[in-house]
Design a protein around this ligand. Sequence first.
Ligand code: NAD
Length: 287
Amino acid sequence: MSAPFGTIAIVGLGLIGSSIARAVRQALPDTRILGYDRSADVCARAQAIGLCDGYNAGFGPELASAEMVILCVPVGAMAAAATAMAPHLSPDTIISDVGSCKASVLTALRSVLPEAVIVPAHPVAGTENSGPEAGFASLFKGRWCILTPDDGADAAACERVAAFWQALGANVETMEAAHHDLVLAVTSHLPHLIAYTIVGTASDLEGVTQSEVIKYSAGGFRDFTRIAASDPVMWRDVFLSNKDAVLDMLQRFSEDLSALQRAIRWDKGDELEALFTRTRAIRRSII
Ligand code: NAD
């Protein structure tokens, strides 16, 4: 199979951008990679690893040779990055991104680049680490990559972007941006919010020392601390960009939590056991 793109540009060389570069090097070795990051330090660190064919902290005429640009910056920085690159883009360049929220990013990109062919994507893969050193080539293998083009998006462009992600080992699914945001609010955003809350609660207790919390961290709390170590800027942007869906899921979660609180208060062991049996069955059905 020939490579879907001869030259791509990756904007943002952190965890996701650098993982894409590494995966392209392995799976699509003939594809040229132009690397961009507004941080000169990140560019230098990416260059030291040897991730791309070119490194730039700003955009210039070379960007016009990119057949696809993938924005791998925090969701709240997508519009600024698109504005900065707009004067240097070729009209044929496909604009894509990897943002964890899709509706707000699509609106932002559409307002900055009204004529562009935009094929948003979200690889549902990541870790709690950031920066170019944190990336790895196999990050997308066997993971979902969700494309959220709007109605009337260029079908050939969508197919090329899908072929690109499949070449990196991902399984590609297409859905509406708003539906993506609802699904991810419950599968990813709410769990992160809970992890940030519980670790914050544990660090703020009177009568229990920090060292006791660390010393006696059993599996459950340890897993929360890993999630709560995720990048603060990225997650600030996710919650502000997917506000409606997150607040909706949070409301449902609060109601369910109150029901559990009541069951514990009134010794409703049968209610607790019924819920835990149901959740165990869900876990067993997804593994
Ligand atoms: P990261 O912090 O590791 O890297 C982001 C990079 O973007 C940084 O190097 C930063 O200097 C650069 N940047 C910021 N603003 C910029 C701008 N205006 N122009 C150019 N460069 C800019 O973050 P990451 O984890 O790679 O996340 C990047 C994107 O991927 C986010 O939109 C996030 O929602 C999405 N995403 C993250 C994960 C995850 O688990 N980390 C998973 C899937 C999708």
